[in-house]
Design a protein around this ligand. Structure first.
Ligand SMILES: NC(=O)c1ccc[n+]([C@@H]2O[C@H](COP(=O)([O-])OP(=O)(O)OC[C@H]3O[C@@H](n4cnc5c(N)ncnc54)[C@H](O)[C@@H]3O)[C@@H](O)[C@H]2O)c1
Length: 351
C-alpha cells in the first residue's frame, strides 16, 4: 500500500490524528476523516489541516461511509482511564462495540487493512519485569478492557481479505494542534513551563513507555505500507527499549528541558502505581530499518521550543480544553452532549 490510496482515519480531529493526517497527506495518501468532533474547538497555537471528513458519531456509521476506502486507521475512542471511570458504558459502546461495527462494515466494503490504535495499558500492573505481545493481558480499567475486547473481536475477523493490526502504543507526548496536557510528559512539560515546578505525586518508580506523536504518525504509515505477511493479525508493542522510562526519569527530563524548573517529589498514599515495561523486540525485529526520531529528552526540548513559540500561559495549561475528561464533563454539564454522549446542540455553538 502506497500513496494515492484512499484511507479513512477515524478520530482525525484528536491529538494524534491532527499530527498524523498532514503526514499522510504529504506522503500522497488521499485521507478521509471521520470524527464526531468532541474536541474540534480545543486547538492550541498552530492551525489544523483541513481534510474531507465525515462528521459523525462512530456509533452511527453506515456502509456507504466506507465506500471506496482501501485501508482504515482507527483512532476514534474515549481515550483514557478517567473517562472510562466516569461512565463505563460509553467506553464499552464507543471503544469496543463501535470498533467491531466499524471493522465489520470495513471488511464488507473490501477494506484490506485495518490499523487499530491500541494501548500497552492492557498489560495492567504486570508482575513480569517486561511484557511482550504474548504476556497475559490484565486490564485494570474499563478503558484498558475496551482495547482487549476490541482486539479479540478483530482477531476473529481476520482472514485472507482482511488484515487487522494491533498497534499497542505507549503514552504519547509532543506538540499537536489539538494538544493534550493530560498525558504524563506533556503534563510535566506544561507544569514546568508555566509554574517552574514538576510535581510527582507518587514515588516515581512506575514504568511508562513514552513515544513522540510524530513517531506515532510515522509508524502508523509504516504499518500501512508493510508487506501483509509482516503485519496480518499481529500485535506490536510500538517503540524501542530506550523509551521505557520510570515516571521519575520522565519528570527529570521535563525539568531539565525547561530552564530553571525544579523537580518536586511528593509521594502520596494511594498514588497511581500502574506499571508496565514493554518489550519492543518484535517491532525492531520486524522493522529493523525503522528509526524512532525522538528520544524523550530530544522530544521534551522540542516541546519546550513549541511552548515558547506559542507563549503558553498558565491559564492555557490548566484550561479544560486540553484535559479530555474535563472537556467532556463541560459538554455534558452545558447539555451540549446528552447522557449517551451524543450531540444535542450544533457543534459550532460550543465554545
Ligand atoms: N494519546 C495517547 O497517549 C494514547 C496512548 C495509547 C493509545 N492511544 C489511542 O490512540 C487513539 C487516539 O488517541 P488521542 O490521544 O488522539 O485521543 P483524543 O481524545 O485526542 O482523540 C480521539 C478522537 O476520537 C473522537 N471520538 C471519540 N469518540 C468518538 C465517537 N463516538 N465517534 C466519532 N469520533 C469519536 C474524538 O472526537 C477525538 O477527536 C485512541 O484510540 C487512544 O485510545 C492514545
Amino acid at each position: 500500500m502506497t500513496g494515492s490510496t484512499r484511507i479513512l482515519v477515524t478520530g482525525h480531529n484528536g491529538y494524534i490524528g491532527s499530527v498524523m493526517v498532514p503526514l499522510l497527506q504529504c506522503a500522497g495518501y488521499e485521507v478521509v476523516g471521520l470524527d464526531t468532533g468532541y474536541f474540534r474547538g480545543c486547538t492550541l497555537g498552530a492551525s489544523t489541516t483541513s481534510v474531507p471528513a465525515i462528521s459523525k458519531d462512530l456509533r452511527a456509521i453506515e456502509p456507504s461511509d466506507l465506500a471506496g476506502i482501501e485501508a482504515v486507521i482507527h483512532l476514534a475512542a474515549l481515550s483514557n482511564d478517567p473517562i472510562g471511570n466516569l461512565n463505563p458504558n460509553w467506553t464499552r459502546e464507543i471503544n469496543a462495540e463501535g470498533t467491531v461495527r466499524l471493522a465489520e462494515m470495513a471488511k464488507a466494503a473490501g477494506v484490506r487493512r485495518f490499523l487499530f490504535s491500541s494501548s500497552c495499558i492492557m498489560y495492567g500492573m504486570s508482575e513480569a519485569s517486561v511484557v511482550d505481545e504474548t504476556a497475559p493481558l490484565a486490564p485494570q480499567t474499563e478503558y484498558a478492557r475496551s482495547k482487549v475486547v476490541a482486539e479479540e473481536a478483530l482477531r476473529a475477523m481476520a482472514d485472507d481479505r482482511f488484515s487487522p493490526v494491533y498497534c499497542r502504543n505507549g503514552t504519547v507526548y509532543g506538540f499537536s494542534p489539538r494538544m493534550r496536557f493530560d498525558t504524563v510528559l506533556n503534563n510535566f512539560m506544561g507544569s514546568a513551563f508555566t509554574t517552574g515546578r514538576v510535581e510527582v505525586h507518587s514515588d516515581g518508580t512506575p514504568w511508562r513507555p513514552v513515544v513522540h506523536v510524530e513517531d506515532v504518525a510515522r509508524y502508523f504509515r509504516l504499518m500501512l505500507e508493510a508487506p501483509r505477511g509482516d503485519v496480518h493479525n499481529e500485535a506490536f508493542n510500538m517503540g524501542v527499549d530506550s523509551l521505557n522510562l520510570q515516571v521519575r526519569e520522565i519528570a527529570e527530563i521535563a525539568a531539565e528541558a525547561v530552564p530553571g524548573a525544579q523537580l518536586v517529589l511528593m509521594p502520596q498514599p494511594g498514588a497511581d502505581q500502574r506499571t508496565y515495561r514493554a518489550d519492543f523486540t518484535k517491532f525492531s525485529r520486524t522493522f529493523p530499518n525503522f528509526e524512532f526520531r525522538w528520544t524523550a529528552r530530544k522530544g521534551a526540548q522540542d516541546l519546550y521550543q513549541a511552548l515558547c513559540s506559542i507563549a503558553l500561559r498558565h491559564e492555557d495549561f490548566t484550561d479544560k480544553r486540553f484535559t479530555r475528561l474535563r472537556w467532556l464533563n463541560h459538554l455534558l454539564e452545558t447539555r451540549a452532549l446528552d447522557d449517551n454522549l451524543h450531540w444535542q446542540i450544533e457543534q459550532q455553538n460550543v465554545a
